[in-house]
Ligand binder design. Sequence first.
Ligand code: SF4
Length: 444
Amino acid sequence: MTAGPTAPERFRAYGPKHLDDIAARFGLREEVRETVRRVSLVLPFRVNEYVLSRLIDWDRAPDDPMFQLTFPQRGMLAADDERRLAKLSADPGDKLLLRELVGDIRARLNPHPSGQQQYNVPHLDGRPVPGLQHKYRETVLYFPGQGQTCHAYCTYCFRWAQFVGDADLRFAAPDPTGLLAYLAARPEVSDVLVTGGDPMVMTTERLRRHLEPLLAVESVDTVRIGTKSVAYWPYRFTTDHDADDVLRLFEQVVAAGKQLAVMAHFSHPRELETAPAREAVRRIRATGAVVYCQAPLIARVNDDAATWSALWKAELAAGAVPYYLFVERDTGPHAYFQVPLARASEIFRAAYRTLPGLARTVRGPVMSATPGKVVVDGVQETPEGSYFQLRMLQARDPALVGRPFRARYCPEAAWLDDLELAPDCPPDLAAALRGAPPASGAAA
Ligand code: SF4
């Protein structure tokens, strides 16, 4: 990488080996640079010119939220692990030991949260279907093999294991053959969520090979594309060489009678402040696709009500639909980013109160946990004490969808597993929430 500004419109990814150049260009302190280098031995690190020159406020690094969002930080790994990494990486003779340590740390970071590998892999004729997950009856997740990377990586990514080069940790389908066979066998599936990584890293030609066959599947009503490209590389929809082609592909999906939902991931209002991002949303909407927005609540990135209020208002102003505020999952550097449920609920409600009615489409805080999506509706004070009011927004077992329940209030609880269910929790809900082998879309 050369010093000085580079035309942001030409995509190029930067990783650990470009750290010295990034540090020189943007004035990153040596100590911060070395931390990024060490932590990125374990966790994936990838940025691009747009993220570096348009999103990060370098005067505020390392505290800047966009810097925290994309650069590995001190505190993401246990101090002892970081010390051992520093020692082993300084000695070129210890490569094998270093590899073992990295593998050991990754395994301790819960690389596949919420039972993705145990419970979500669907089977056909007794064999697993590669590159699919089926958790909820009507929705299948499809992971195209060529879309298993992103324009930049979020430090909090719950799919970080997809990016660290371990084949055992990856979901990836070489082509849609398995998906089509599965859909033919499971006509109850009406939604296909194409996800990754980020499917929008694929060229339009490649994406077309994955999407076009779906248009002939009558039982599929909705195609969703999970993407952070509008935030990390909006040129994908504006000036990339095949930007217009991808918009024509979106139009084709809509013309085939399918709902096309672009599930856009925005973590901070700054991501919608740039002209290219706003233009990307405008162009996507002009195809007939609907843009839904979602992101987790993350300490050091967006853990205050004013940020969420500004984000949701910006989404509404761009013609997009605020959809989900998620709770950070129990994986990777979870402890570094976690916001207790009590605080998450306060932040959500304080931001929600500021919204015009049309932006109150947003739901949260939501835990996407093993039994399903659980929303924290608030805190209830009773003569017996305080309780979280919770509800199953989505569930592996459709009979549980929409059911409310309570758990004892605990100011530190940050995930479903930390909660003590109230004695009045119905037995079927309690069994699902407390780890009975889950019934899922895949197992139905
Ligand atoms: S864009 Fe999504 S899949 Fe990619 S790193 Fe961020 S959270 Fe993970």
